[in-house]
Design a protein. Structure first.
Length: 447
């Protein structure tokens, strides 16, 4: 038997509604969702699943089909399959919702009856804290399966500054949090441009962007962050981009051109038709471009010839699929680790092997809240924190996006992420709680 005290699971987050799984069984799933005033679940539908919503606390408004209805504590709502529905917490009230439905919460929540995501017509979440609203001002195909999205402040005006390599965390109307590198020029302050590749086996973010986004859609974003910063002291730069990994690198090459730093780009794609921004790249000066198309070469990209030697002052930046990143790391093993920079957009396919590394149970002390929790050998810190009602915003849950980054006050960390630099890992004062663990018996977290 499993039992939960729902009142102890309630936790709010100004940045994002808080969702906590309760039961995840073959027959049904159940979650508790906590909204700050004005936060929403955007309009969506489930092709096959009926759903029941029970309001535990607070007030709000729901939309089911053509109907709108005010809801309050103890409202019980039945939502049949194939009927569009959404919810907004009242502007002056928090709201806590329990829902029960058959499995497939995230991915199927976006599906339309034809199997594609539903175009989003509802309002965005209300920006909170450091969040702000962006309006989709332009959308067009940049290459095969790559959509370019231009974002501006609603009504115009200057946007928060960013550096080359930075990304935006965007809360999609379907509730997913996704990160997209900004590929436009950092000196353009009135717009951001991102590009999104269609992921064949994605978890719903790229499918929504490709099929559900429209000009005029409003999105909630967090301030740009940079975990892939360009080292300005480099004498020259070697950029290795795979597929959609070109996006942060395009912004970096713009910087190189503006600062008259020599650059070289090696761009690997499955075909030239899938290589985004080729025409734009060819207009940038001060460097050279080598395109590797798998279909023309008859093989995947081999980075070894490009990484022989170690020219003084050369910095290498690599962003692409995990096998390419692994090949580049192997080929660059003789170089100064401080000159090598990687940004993953997905964990390696064999990442499951990481779960087979020996792991043990340990304790985490939450210093600010004065609680101590046990993390079993088969669960992540993130799972345990969320199960005990500690609000931790997460996105990738595989150690690539930095969303769940948590400061560590004491204890040795077993880093298993793909986003901290070697020196950040060695410093031992921060960790990704979705994948990393304790080396010893205890960690003290700043939570
Ligand atoms: S949720 Fe992405 S790194 Fe943890």
């Amino acid at each position: 038997m499993q039992s939960f005290v729902l009142g102890e699971m309630i936790e709010y987050d100004a940045a994002l509604r808080v969702r906590k799984p309760i039961f995840k069984l073959p027959s049904f799933v159940s979650e508790i969702v906590c909204y700050e005033p004005g936060q929403v679940t955007a309009t969506h539908l489930h092709p096959k699943q009926d759903e029941i919503w029970l309001v535990l606390e607070g007030r709000g408004e729901i939309e089911v089909g053509e109907q709108r209805l005010g809801v309050q504590r103890s409202s019980l709502i039945y939502i049949p399959a194939k009927v569009r529905h959404g919810l907004r917490a009242a502007a002056d009230s928090r709201l806590v919702l329990l829902f029960i439905k058959s499995p497939g919460i995230v991915d199927e929540a976006m599906q339309g009856s034809a199997g594609g995501p539903v175009a989003w017509s509802g309002p965005p979440s209300t920006p909170t804290g450091s969040q702000f609203l962006l309006e989709v001002s332009d959308l067009h195909a940049e290459a095969r399966d790559v959509l370019q999205v231009e974002l501006r402040a609603p009504g115009g005006g200057e946007l928060p500054a960013f550096e080359p390599g930075a990304h935006l965390a965007i809360e999609l109307p379907n509730g997913l949090l996704r990160h997209y590198s900004i590929c436009s020029d950092w000196r353009e302050r009135e717009r951001y441009v991102v590009a999104v590749g269609r992921a064949a086996n994605g978890r719903g973010g790229s499918a929504f962007i490709h099929q559900g986004l429209r000009r005029g859609s409003l999105l909630c974003a967090s301030l740009p962050k940079n975990g892939f910063a360009l080292a300005p002291e480099g004498r020259q730069y070697l950029f290795l981009a795979g597929g959609i990994g070109i996006t942060p690198i395009l912004a970096m090459i713009r910087w190189c051109q503006a600062h008259a730093r020599p650059w070289q780009l090696v761009y690997a794609a499955r075909s030239a038709q899938r290589a985004a921004f080729l025409e734009t790249l060819r207009t940038l000066q001060g460097g050279s471009i080598h395109l590797h198309a798998d279909d023309e070469a008859g093989r995947v990209f081999d980075p070894r010839p490009w990484l022989q030697g170690a020219p003084a002052g050369e910095h290498v930046y690599c962003c692409g699929p995990a096998p390419m990143m692994a090949a580049v790391k192997d080929a660059a093993g003789h170089r100064d680790p401080g000159s090598l920079h990687f940004e993953y957009f997905a964990a390696p396919a064999d990442d499951a092997a990481r779960g087979h590394r020996p792991q043990h149970a340990f304790e985490v002390e939450l210093r600010r809240s004065g609680r101590t929790l046990t993390v079993p050998a088969d669960r992540s810190i993130l799972d345990v924190l969320q199960a005990h009602g500690v609000a931790v915003v997460s996105s990738c849950r595989e150690g690539t996006c930095r969303t769940c980054e948590t400061a560590v006050l004491e204890g040795a960390i077993d880093h298993r992420d793909y986003c901290l630099t070697p020196s950040e890992q060695a410093a031992g004062n921060t960790m990704m709680v979705c994948v990393s663990r304790a080396r010893g018996a205890r960690l003290v977290l700043d939570r």
